[in-house]
Design a protein around this ligand. Sequence first.
Ligand code: KG4
Ligand code: ZN
Length: 337
Amino acid sequence: MRVLGIETSCDETGVAIYDEQQGLLSHQLYSQVKLHADYGGVVPELASRDHVRKLVPLIKQTLLEADCSAEDIDGIAFTKGPGLVGALLVGSSVARSLAYAWNKPAVGVHHMEGHLLAPMLDEPAPAFPFVALLVSGGHSMMVKVAGIGQYQVLGESVDDAAGEAFDKTAKLLGLDYPGGPLLAKLAEKGEAGHYDFPRPMTTKPGLDFSFSGLKTFAANTIRASDGSEQTQANIAFAFQEAVVDTLAIKCKRALKHTGLKRLVIAGGVSANKQLREDLAIMMKKINGEVFYPRLEFCTDNGAMIAYAGLQRLKAGEIEAMSTKARPRWSLEELPPI
Ligand code: KG4
Ligand code: ZN
């Protein structure tokens, strides 16, 4: 089976073709980062309009690169939610219409299931069951994964997502949008021992997260600082250290709670080098395994949607002709396959 995957839930237009036997045949990404940079964040209406402009040419380019035509495609997968409603509607309308025109099945994919399965695009793929830490710009959650569609959310953020906290703190430090990767880069120049940021919700039991307090702590620290370049880097270092530490503490707790020793980290923040390093050390200590997506598949992309869609199409799931976008959609609502 060969699936065309379409991702348009936020500010990246992603298209890919995944073949069950041959793997990924082509993937293309158009990032709207420059379009939103002047506003310091994603402007939903601009995002939708840009998806309208870019999606069809990107589909053509992906087909060309994979040397495929409509006859070579067995199904079309698209991100149905969660995300920005206008952006989701562009992907779902194009995907559903194309599937109708080509007389192929379409399937609506949950964006976070896409992230969660992204490490399966490469070898070695994690075996079920595992604990997944999903950390993106819109969501932070800890999930027990028994199989595809068998998800138990063990904890989630009660306020900002981890990526959102990175972006907001980066903005306070005067960095461009999206600030997460820029803050991580600045932190590389920072020194330890200058600032001690809190590790929110780690002293109480439980697997929920809270990151908005860290952002406020950063705002107060920045205000009281001398504003020098080195100080900015030290603050970035301390902030990143606090987020990474907090996530690692929660992962350890989730593994203990579930009795599992296999961990998957996915979503935009899983690209964070410090997080990857610290979790690798932690998992080695407990004799466990940790899996991440390839760096380019940590953030939003079409490949993860093609892969997740293929699993669901194979299980016989087909999206009705009249489809709805699901801006809010719990992972736990998904049917097991
Ligand atoms: O998964 P994603 O592409 O989009 C959503 O589904 O939200 O995640 C984007 C988020 C942004 O907040 C971005 O700043 C963050 O992931 N991010 C990072 C890094 N790379 C991306 N945060 C920290 N360190 C990074 N290296
Ligand atoms: Zn995402």
